[in-house]
Design a protein around this ligand. Sequence first.
Ligand SMILES: [Zn+2]
Length: 104
Amino acid sequence: MKLDDLRPCDACGGPVNPVFFRLRVDQMVVNQAAVRERVGLAQFFGGNDRLASVFDARGDTAVAEASQQTLNLCCSCFCGAHDVAAAWEKVCKRNEPEATGATS
Ligand SMILES: [Zn+2]
């Protein structure tokens, strides 16, 4: 990590030096249709989920990553002084692609 890449704490906005924590947060989404199909297959095979997994066409795609964010937290926030989930939401908004098109 370069010194130029340092930014204030994502939770409190304070300085992150000399020691800080960097968290990578992966938001995951479960494909509910794939889960229903898997449960149905397992029922078809008498409750044998291992056998159902062999015939599960969506097995590798049933859980997908929705977003990945990296948070920089000062020691105080890492230890619970601020809400990490709120910091994650703030980073998500900061990293959203800018809206295109004009408003009317
Ligand atoms: Zn902080």
